[in-house]
Design a protein around this ligand. Sequence first.
Ligand code: TYM
Length: 329
Amino acid sequence: METVLSGIRPTGNLHLGNYFGALKNFVKMQHENNCFFFIADYHSLTTHPKPEDLQGNVRQVLSEYLAAGLDPEVATIYIQSDVPEVAELYLLLNMNAYLGELERTTTFKEKARQQSENINAGLLTYAVLMASDILLHNAHKVPVGKDQEQHLEMTRKFARRFNQMYGVNYFNEPSAYNFGEQLIKIPGLNGTGKMSKSEGNGIYLFDDPKEIQKKVMRAVTDSGPTVKNQEMAEPIKNIFSLLEVVSKPDTVSFFREKYNNCEIRYGDLKKQLAEDIIHFTTPIRERIIEISSNDEYLRKVARMGAEKARASASKTIKDVREIIGFKPF
Ligand code: TYM
């Protein structure tokens, strides 16, 4: 049985990018694999959240995980800071992570640009903490979106380096995973780029139907195709990408054909897309409301998850300490 692990930073509600990049496949895989899914609250400290916001965000994301179909009786769902063993592995891996490679990481460069007044060491070593999350349970597969590909590459590098340094074959070299297909990038509807909390272009699982309609109807388009089978401009491709994940294949081919024949009416396309997103998110949204009001259940899930995750983590830490040479006299 393979071990699968993924995580999401609690920096607000989950959007469709998070769902289709990291969660959807997990919901399917949890029954066939040894699955860990966690809330990366240590990671979120790189942006200095207020204490009162941090707790609320963790709670919301936990409710959203459960509402999206993660089953705490089957998968191990936990909060990163409930498993402090990860901090020790992070410290140990940091000894073999080099400044040059950390500075060259695309996400570091991006974040350093976005928050130039707060380029902290946690941001620089973000990839090491992420590798620690993954190696802590010796995961084989990591469901993520395209944006996390480089972090997975670095995780493999750190695993390999550790194994080579100590002459062991302890850590697996995990692969990024999206159901055997290409990694997914869910776009925003503002014309260009990925859906992202920091871009303010997210459609959230928790958005109500009116909000979704408003966001979709505002999506950037162009003046329409003028010749048959015309190559789509990026904003139109993006609308179709979303249609592909939420709508039936028939619907997608119907609108593709309309586009290819220059008969497309973007208003109709957007109306359909909004309807299909609403159809998809409404049951999840209703479950989020129900679950997030059940403190006792959330506490129980977090406690159960922490226990299971710590059992797996402490085994790894014990082994790693021994490999490194921390042994009792
Ligand atoms: P985060 O919180 O930015 O995003 C969580 C997950 O959602 C995916 N995602 C997307 N996928 C497709 N299209 C999009 N537009 C999109 N936006 C976000 C991300 O790829 C990610 O899988 N560093 C991670 C959290 C993390 C983690 C880990 C993940 C920490 N430790 C260990 C896996 C394993 C992050 O910031 O994700």
